[in-house]
Ligand binder design. Structure first.
Ligand SMILES: C[S@@+](CC[C@H](N)C(=O)[O-])C[C@H]1O[C@@H](n2cnc3c(N)ncnc32)[C@H](O)[C@@H]1O
Length: 217
């Protein structure tokens, strides 16, 4: 994980990521479908009532800042990479705050954000312990609703990927997680599943999950 995180400290890598979803038909389709899934999830979030602070971690180049700002009174974009934060601020203007932070040590008090979104980070985390710690930290700072994306290990695409890696004796390119393991980590943090939205089970396995805080927790 450390080398992945470090790679975004390079302004050229950050710049490339900033353009990634604007190039090529498949990438643009991916972005549009992810946006549709996020919009659908945010409709469910709105049904939970008005949100105050929305935390977007990692905010990257601010791909989701516009949509997330739409559901809360204020927006906070957090990322470990200063070059990514710079791109996010340039693109998004002054419509919210941004700060450098690790997703494993968020600069927020317990339940400091009404909604937290963690999009496209978990599928880079290999160690089970690190995955659990990330979910724990996201749950800690979240008062009401949590959005997380992950690679669904049971999706046809990820099953095929694992089978191929086993036969060829290659390491897995991206670590997946099961829905059960994600739900259990969220349950420990006081959250219960609302719904999943898959990007494309056959071509990706990338899945968005919405959790809400359990009334008793
Ligand atoms: C794949 S991008 C996703 C960005 C954005 N959520 C999106 O969907 O476009 C991953 C981001 O994670 C950030 N990152 C990597 N390690 C991190 C860490 N330990 N804490 C916070 N952000 C991290 C990178 O700087 C990068 O901006």
């Amino acid at each position: 994980m450390q080398s992945y995180s470090r790679s975004f400290q390079d302004p050229r890598r950050a710049g490339r990521y900033g353009e990634k979803f604007r190039k090529g038909l498949f990438r643009r389709w991916t972005h549009l479908k992810e946006a549709a899934n996020l919009r659908a999830a945010l409709e469910e979030v709105s049904a939970l009532g008005e949100m105050d602070l929305v935390c977007d971690v990692p905010c990257g180049a601010g791909r989701w800042a516009g949509l997330l700002k739409g559901v809360g009174r204020s927006y906070l974009g957090l990322d470990l990479s200063l070059p990514m934060l710079r791109i996010c601020r340039e693109r998004e203007g002054l419509g919210g705050r941004t700060a450098q932070a690790s997703a494993w040590a968020l600069p927020l008090p317990d339940r400091g954000a009404d909604l937290t979104a963690c999009i496209r980070l978990l599928h880079h985390v290999r160690e089970e312990e690190e995955k659990g710690a990330l979910l724990g930290e996201l749950c800690r700072v979240t008062a009401r609703a949590l959005l997380v994306t992950f690679l669904d290990g049971r999706s046809p695409k990820q099953r095929l990927h694992r089978g191929k890696a086993r036969i060829l004796g290659r390491p897995l390119r991206r670590p997946s997680w099961t829905r059960g393991a994600l739900e259990e980590a969220a349950r420990v943090g006081g959250f219960t599943l609302v719904r999943y939205w898959a990007l494309s089970p056959w071509f990706s396995g990338q899945t968005l999950a919405l959790f809400r805080r359990e009334a008793r927790s």
